[in-house]
Design a protein around this ligand. Structure first.
Ligand SMILES: *Cc1c(COP(=O)(O)O)cnc(C)c1O
Length: 344
């Protein structure tokens, strides 16, 4: 029986081209700045998102944490969405390690925060308040259906941030998905943020790695913080070689993942007992609901697993499937048949 793993776009294995690239890569000690593959990857990533410099880090979580630690001092406050990955899934690292105070603002269903809500969250100049330092955005927005956030919206947040002298960090774990979905160059989505983190190991199929891009000055400081966190790596070219293939080759396949997600959502919409918000399926993430039809959530999961279909259960009758490079249109058809059997 074939396993169709739709839990996340992180489950992809390194592609044959990545394995070749790793085998043939040139190596050096990256803590001394001497790993040619890492240097090449960092330069390439910085150019792609229109920033001066970049740094390779082991994970998206570390990339976001390093960025926040560079932007903020202890006791500073950041404004971010209440559904933000940084708030939800990064172990409270900003507070645990940085003494940073998160001030959450409601995320709208499209992943944005209302500008007036952001503005209301900014602390005034008053000795009682923590100092607001930074606004964090996320694009595409993981917990908001993988929605892509437009350049116009990001620009409007920049305008607001400028009025208050705040920085902007973008959690762009899936920034290439967002750019493809919106049909714009990725630089349109990154031009007005101060720092951006992106993942090589999500839709781009690399085995490990994320990158933070920003100014030369910011990245120089990020190198110190990465070292503090134990993220200085030696022959990091092992990771970077695959990362180069991810950026050069794998960004071209994201439109297929989005088409498969739409196909999946369209099929789910036609299955009675399941509910999906079709309009909000814009990238590779599909959220859907099991309607109350006598089937328990655990039974639903078990019966899908028995047929080889893996997915995430988010609680409250909500489930998530994510398409990626190893999922074909035929796989989607098969999943839809299995879903029909299980729910029907
Ligand atoms: C996965 C993800 C991260 C963190 O990446 P890890 O490599 O798993 O630490 C950060 N932000 C978003 C939006 C993500 O989806």
């Amino acid at each position: 029986m074939k396993t169709i793993d739709l839990r996340s776009d992180t489950v992809t294995l390194p592609t044959p081209a990545m394995r070749d690239a790793i085998y043939n890569a040139d190596f050096g000690d990256d803590v001394y700045g001497e790993d040619p593959s890492t240097n090449r990857l960092e330069k390439m990533a910085a150019e792609m998102v229109g920033k001066e410099d970049a740094i390779l880090v082991p994970s998206g979580t570390m990339g976001n944490l390093i960025s926040l630690l560079v932007h903020c001092r202890r006791g500073d406050e950041i404004i971010l969405g209440d559904q933000a990955h940084i708030f939800y899934y990064e172990v409270g690292g900003m507070s645990a390690l940085g003494g940073i105070v998160p001030h959450t603002v409601t995320n709208q269903r499209d992943g944005t925060m209302r500008l007036e809500d952001i503005e209301a969250a900014i602390s005034g100049d008053n000795i009682h308040y923590p100092r607001t330092r930074l606004i964090c955005l996320e694009n595409s927005h993981n917990r908001c259906n993988g929605m892509p956030i437009t350049a116009e919206y990001t620009d409007s947040v920049r305008e607001l941030a400028n009025r208050y002298g705040l920085g902007i960090h973008l959690d762009g774990a899936r920034i290439f998905n967002a750019a493809v979905a919106l049909g714009v160059p990725v630089t349109d989505l990154t031009r007005c943020v101060d720092s951006v983190s992106l993942c090589l190991s999500k839709g781009l199929s690399a085995p490990v790695g994320s990158i933070v891009c920003s100014s030369c000055e910011f990245i120089a400081e990020a190198r110190r913080v990465r070292k503090i966190l134990g993220g200085g790596m030696r022959q990091a070219g092992i990771i970077a070689a695959a990362g180069i293939v991810a950026l050069e080759e794998m960004t071209k396949h994201l439109a297929d993942d989005h088409a498969n997600a739409r196909r999946l959502a369209g099929g789910i919409a036609g299955i009675s007992g399941l509910k999906v918000d079709l309009e909000n399926v814009r990238t590779n993430i599909v959220f859907f609901y099991l309607e109350n039809n006598g089937l328990t959530e655990d039974n639903f999961m078990t019966r899908l697993e028995e047929r080889g279909v893996k997915l995430l259960h988010l609680g409250s009758f909500q489930f998530r499937m994510v398409t990626h490079h190893e999922i074909t249109a035929q796989d989607i058809n098969l999943v839809l048949e299995i879903l029909k059997d299980v729910v029907g």
